[in-house]
Write a protein that binds this ligand. Structure first.
Ligand code: OSB
Ligand code: MG
Length: 376
């Protein structure tokens, strides 16, 4: 059993090395909530992937902070928790707020791995020694600039290129990319930018031999994605719509998608991410690990998750240097010339945090401590 002595919340501000544009907006820097658990002389970290605004999902850093401080941290400090797997039940009374829950739960798993002296990957049930990596490339100022970016990422060895798209930045872009690279593994992600009037338009993308089309319709939809999937040869991949295992089962049953993007923050932590992974495995649906422009703390957790067997497609888990001038972990995440990340085997996540650097980036902090307990 694990007893948490203190939970430290902090907000760090980090400028992105390159702006990132999606159909819902441009991000130039991140405001990130980190949680740090203290337990028995050990320290474990978690990253909340909620954005500055509620544009990707209904969570944002400020709601995550309030929920963590007022509801989640007190619950975690009040009990002895039976490892990371115990958090789901502990937080169940609080509806939603999955990204906030995930930050704490994932830190508990990290702590548990340290206590057992095993890697986080193996504690989660991971079997892969290396993970295949892709990149997600944002909407650019011009098609030429996009071509340069793609050329750079392919030269670096990345195994799959995902293009962010939206009305006006789609068919013409796919045509140009396919004209130059007819055979690369290519996909697109619309982040819910299309509507039912666009179905014919989306069906016309079958000509581009995409690996998948990610979340083309509403962020909370299954029905219309199923209608679209019936008409498409290309696989639909759901991201935003999949909040838990039950959603994954519904989407697979309804044939709303043929591939699932698992983001540990979006589904509320490692336990639920593993449950989605296992449900997809049993039904022959491949999964891959999505990204949320994480710092090294979240990135290390994504690497551990990606070591599970059914993460067979390249994820959006890529090198630290694509996001940050300097990451907050040491060593930074690097990707080999074959487009792979080696899964660490040491105790815990395998990427120690740079506390000095985190201190320097901190703009807000709050500590919550366990009430003194009387022991017999
Ligand atoms: O939809 O996958 C997404 C970033 C922020 C919010 C949503 C998404 C993304 C990405 C970037 O695609 C993935 C990454 O490189 O971290
Ligand atoms: Mg996505």
């Amino acid at each position: 059993m694990i007893k948490i002595d203190a939970i430290h919340l902090r907000e760090i501000n980090m400028p992105l090395a390159y702006p990132f544009e999606t159909s819902f907006g441009v991000t130039t820097g991140r405001r990130i909530l980190l949680v740090e658990l203290e337990s028995d002389g050990l320290t474990a970290w978690g990253e909340c992937v909620a954005g500055e605004h509620p544009y990707y999902s209904d969570e944002m850093i400020d709601t995550a902070w309030i929920i963590t401080e007022s509801e989640l941290a007190p619950r975690l400090l009040d009990v002895e928790v039976d490892g990371g797997g115990g958090c789901l039940k502990l937080f169940k009374q609080v509806r939603g707020h999955r990204m906030a829950k995930a930050a704490l739960e994932n830190a508990v798993w990290d702590l548990e791995a340290q206590r057992q002296g095993v890697s986080l990957a193996s504690l989660l049930g991971g079997t892969r020694t290396v993970i295949p990596c892709g990149v997600s490339i944002g909407i650019q100022a011009s098609p030429e600039q996009l071509m340069d970016k793609i050329a750079t990422e392919l030269a670096a060895g990345y195994q799959r290129i995902k293009l962010k798209c939206k009305p006006g930045w789609d068919t013409k872009i796919f045509e140009a990319v396919r004209a130059r690279w007819p055979d690369i593994t290519l996909s697109c992600d619309a982040n819910s930018a299309y509507r039912v009037r666009d179905l014919d338009h989306i069906v016309s993308w079958d000509q581009f031999n995409l690996l998948m089309i990610e979340q083309p319709l509403w962020y909370d939809d299954f029905y219309f994605h199923a209608m679209l999937q019936k008409r498409l040869d290309t696989a639909i991949c759901l991201d935003e719509s999949i909040r838990n295992r039950r959603d994954a089962l519904a989407a697979i049953e309804m044939e709303s998608c043929r591939i699932i993007n698992i983001k540990v923050g979006r589904v509320g932590g490692f336990s639920e991410a593993i449950a989605v992974h296992n449900a997809a495995t049993e039904r022959g649906v491949p999964v891959w690990c999505g990204g949320m422009l994480e710092t090294g703390i979240g990135r290390a957790h994504n690497i551990a998750l990606s070591s599970l067997p059914n993460f067979s497609l390249p994820g959006d888990v890529s090198a630290s240097s694509r996001y940050w001038e300097e990451d907050i972990i040491e060593p930074a995440v690097t990707v080999s010339a074959k487009g792979e990340i080696v899964v660490p085997t040491g105790a815990g996540s395998g990427y120690p945090v740079q506390k000095d650097r985190i201190e320097a980036l901190t703009v807000r902090r709050q500590s919550i401590r366990a009430k003194a307990r009387v022991t017999a």
